[in-house]
Design a binder for this molecule. Structure first.
Ligand SMILES: [Zn+2]
Ligand SMILES: [Zn+2]
Length: 258
């Protein structure tokens, strides 16, 4: 199994439009790991490709990684940086099954749907706490607290003896998700800001605390904003903690199947 971080930037990406901040200037000058397109992840399990999120950059991301085979797309909530690229799939040539929690699905359909998309997507509304069965692995969505009037869901993926969770945009987890995620092998957290705590998102510092509270083996930080530290500075800060990884665009995590 492989997880590919296609994009690792927050809402505005890095460099951000019309921005002269130090972080954006470094990204423009140095490129590479300092540049972050909006967040999406690809889980490759056996020969099954599961894409999580369709950010506005999704077309370029799929082309850059030569991904031409997608079986399932899963959406966590209807914010532009997570769903704004859904219409790119009007040009996809094969069927894709689209999973989203019912309220998220309704909101995405209301905002973006076209008859062309109906020819591509087979829609499967899903429900928090219910297990989605993919044969060799399962996914269980759970609700998280994010921004007002935006239902948002993380999920835990169980594959063989591995428990991998993506929190999506979360300020905090409820008791249910906290119990579900105990002793996880990998937690992937969206932390646009370093600190202090903000209203709608977990900060980098809060996510590192959460790793200990959940007794998780590994934490991967993604969905990084230009007001967070540039890649090298964030890596150097995280190196004082055990198994805290800073994602970058194109990063792969390979999980041993045994
Ligand atoms: Zn976001
Ligand atoms: Zn969001």
């Amino acid at each position: 199994m492989e997880i590919i971080f296609l994009g690792t930037g927050a809402a505005e990406g890095i460099p951000s439009i019309d921005c002269d901040c130090r972080h954006c200037r470094i990204a423009l000058e140095k490129g590479g790991k300092f540049v972050r397109k909006r967040t999406s992840l690809l889980f490759k399990i056996n020969s099954f490709n599961l894409l999580v999120e369709t950010p506005p950059d999704i077309g370029q991301q799929l082309i850059a990684h030569n991904i031409r085979d997608l079986h399932v797309i899963l959406l966590t909530h209807n914010h532009f940086d997570h769903t704004g690229g859904i219409k790119e799939f009007e040009f996809w040539k094969k069927n894709i099954t689209l999973f989203a929690e019912q309220e998220v699905m309704e909101s995405v359909i209301k905002e973006y749907w076209t008859t062309k998309l109906d020819k591509i997507f087979l829609k499967v509304p899903c429900y928090a706490g219910s297990i989605l069965n993919f044969g060799s692995f399962t996914i269980t969505p759970f609700p998280v607290l994010h921004s007002p009037n935006t239902p948002t869901y993380g999920f835990v993926l169980n594959y063989k003896n591995q428990k991998i969770a993506y929190l999506s945009d979360a300020k905090s987890l409820g008791k249910y998700a906290s119990y579900l995620l105990k002793d996880a092998d990998i937690i992937i957290a969206n932390t646009p800001f370093f600190e202090p705590p903000t209203e709608n998102h977990m900060s980098t510092v809060e996510a590192i605390k959460l790793k200990d509270e959940l007794n998780a083996k590994k934490l991967v930080l993604t969905h990084i904003n230009h007001s967070n530290k540039p890649y090298d500075e964030l890596v150097s800060y995280c190196s004082q903690f055990k198994d805290v990884i800073v994602a970058y665009d194109g990063m792969k995590i390979i999980i041993n199947d045994d």
